[in-house]
Write a protein that binds this ligand. Sequence first.
Ligand code: SF4
Length: 507
Amino acid sequence: MQSENKKILLKITDLKQWFPLGKGQYVKANDGITINIYEGETFGLVGESGCGKSTLGRTILQVYKQTDGRTVYYGRSIDEVAPKYYEKTVKNLPKLKKRMETLQEKLKAYKENYDKLSEEEKLAKTDELRKYEKEANDALIDIASVAGGFIVADDLRPVQEQYYKIIGSSRKLKKTEEKIQDIEVKLADLEYKARDDESKYSSKIEAVKKQLDGLNRNKEGDLSELNEEHAKLEEMKNTYRSNKDFERYEALLDDGIDLARLTTEEMRKLRKDLQLIFQDPYSSLNPRMSVGQIIGEGMFSHNMFKKNSPRMQEEILKVMDNCGLAPYFIHRYPHQFSGGQRQRIGIARSLAMNPTFVVCDEAVSALDVSIQSQIINLLSDLKESQNLTYLFITHDLSVVKYISDRIGVMYLGNMVELAESQELFDHPLHPYTEALLGAIPTTDAGQTKELQILEGDIPSPVNPPKGCKFHTRCKYATEKCKMVTPEWQEVRPNHFIACHHILEKNM
Ligand code: SF4
């Protein structure tokens, strides 16, 4: 899979998940992670237990509110979701611009002083310099992702006015679409019932169809109004195109949804798109609910069907069939199933939502090896048939190699290496990945590779080592590793790494 041809589904930038312990201390479970997840790929995530991989999966899904960073989702557009934070940003554009300029000034002053330092002093100050650079860059993204090239305008008020009109039109369209969805569910139910007695329902169906036609006409009107408002905004840009910075800022315009900034209600609506499959299929299934109720719960709460309608039952059976569950299981309870079957129920529950992105968190780790491959095959088949994107989290490198297009390796809250699956196994670069690969037991005949097990314990995520967090266990560690955090960089095509040793070798 060539990443450059792929559409980004999730863009995660500098994501932090710090859990407070009190007295100013935190467990830094995720400490500045930057990755893109492409549409249709399986992104494998590996690392020792406690490295933060499960937290990362849940944070991307906003099960935990993230501490810092951006998690931008491109499965829906700003117009479609019309989130409240977007309107707030539009309202604050002049303030945000001022903040950006102040931080840029501060960075410039810091850099001037930094340049005068000795090489040794520079090493000690590198992380601080990066902090200033990040602050200034974040402030730039805050405004440019919404206003694009308009940043160059001295007076942002007309721009704000036009954005308000767009937001108004998109909210109107969203309301109409919600009504359409309700009516479509109603109509589908009536048509389902009419299969047995057509004459009884024909007049009701006619009336609902009329209502639907009217709403569809409204939708067309709303859509053209929205397009017109967008066209007016585009025209306004012509005034600023002669400014040399216009194109640079315009390139930062972003139509994705920053999940971390959504309200609970906005996120609840998007939850349908973003699903989780748990490691322990037993504790994640409500023991008092039948298989049918477990699978149908989300369908009902997301207004996809009327509760317990025959049409919903039919859909539940279809999903069960897709997941290899026999129809007569529908009235049974979780305790009546084996581990593999329970995992199939968990998968069916997630896939009933027609999601776009699924986090499989150690989804096969609790299962027997013979069952593991059946579940992996099921997940692979469903991915193809339903066009899914997976984040596949596991501590087992042999599993991740089989299923993933790309693999990210995590250590103590950070991503340390990321490459296409084959590339990572053929050319592991980071000392930690090397050690992990060396620790995979092998039964191949003639295989003489010595089993390398990492020495030492993982340091505490509350007080992680300064500089490169792996330096306490790394055989290549130098003084620089103890002081400066290695930067995340692409060293070969689509192969990213955070390690001074490798970066210097490649320079
Ligand atoms: S940065 Fe230094 S300590 Fe960290 S992995 Fe590379 S060589 Fe080892």
